[in-house]
Design a protein around this ligand. Sequence first.
Ligand code: SAH
Length: 367
Amino acid sequence: MDRVVLKTMSLPALEEWLAVFIDKPFRRRQVRSWLYAKRALAFADMTDLPQALRDELEQRAVLMTISPLETSGGGGDGSVKHLFRLSDGETVEAVYMPGDRHPTLCISSQVGCPLDCTFCATGLWGFRRNLTQAEILDQVIRLMASAPAGAPHPNLVFMGMGEPLLNYNALLGALRILGDGDGLGYGARRITISTAGIPERIRQLADENFRPGLAFSLNASDDERRTALMQRAAKHSIRENLAACEYYAERTGRRVTLEYVLFAGINDRDDDAARLRRLTRGRPFKMNIIPFNPGRDQVSLKQGPAQGELRRPTPAEVERFVGKLLPQVPAVTVRWSQGTEVDGGCGQLRGRKLEEDGVAPPDLSTD
Ligand code: SAH
């Protein structure tokens, strides 16, 4: 008998599936609570279930879909990056960042990424597959289990590997369980989806009944420069994307974050600042400037069509650029990426591991 992966089911479907062989409703509630509220890592840990039921679950079902492979951590900011192995041997990364008040969990949505942005280590290794709903939820569960005792409830950001809106159904299924009081109980405000920008999907998400925070990776002030940096994502124009973001903000009553990875000499000029001021004027956005994190594999990153080498700006350069945005651009923050010492940039730990295993990045230059 093929075992059922429990966390690929919605909560109502899980209830139905359990009812086939568990008569008592309170027993079914116990199982559900072990899955999500108590986040058991093995059926054997479900100590208040009769042994016979634990055995039966073990025979019928799969509890965990990812297993720890490697961690890289203990950097100055306390971030820990986790590399997980999936049941088909693929690997995926997620990061635990302690933060000042709340920890943040950075979660992946795909193995690799089909977008292949010039500056991102994930795209370099090509696209393997979408993650399942269960694999998304299990990253959260594994990272929560790794938190120090007494750590506050974390926030979640979908800023790991992959483009979340290209794995819409699994993402939405995971969000429903994350947001459900009978699931993981995360408020919508504790979750942020970061997207390279697919306007129709942004609008679709805006019309769902569970709507997390949204961040859009703008990364350039005009479509030409954006195409040089993010060729595939940039087939949707900045204008279309910002209109969809505005719709999202209207539907949710929350500002949409515009993420802007800052590359010295590439997108930090005076005319960039002027265009950003125009693009954001009077609109429900806030800006997050992310100084480019080259990672240690910068030499092996393909150059792409962007002119000039991609360089991390100095703190003074960042400050100068931010000074040009203020005060017209609302709420500008700077995020010096956490976890740079732990291969914390997207896809860097997985890349290092693949290299150690003798795997070379695929040649993407012809497609
Ligand atoms: N595909 C989604 C989510 C993953 S990337 C998206 O594009 O938003 C999450 C964020 O990290 C994006 O804003 C992206 O632009 C940024 N990012 C990717 N590589 C980076 C790097 N090397 N240095 C700094 N930020 C990077």
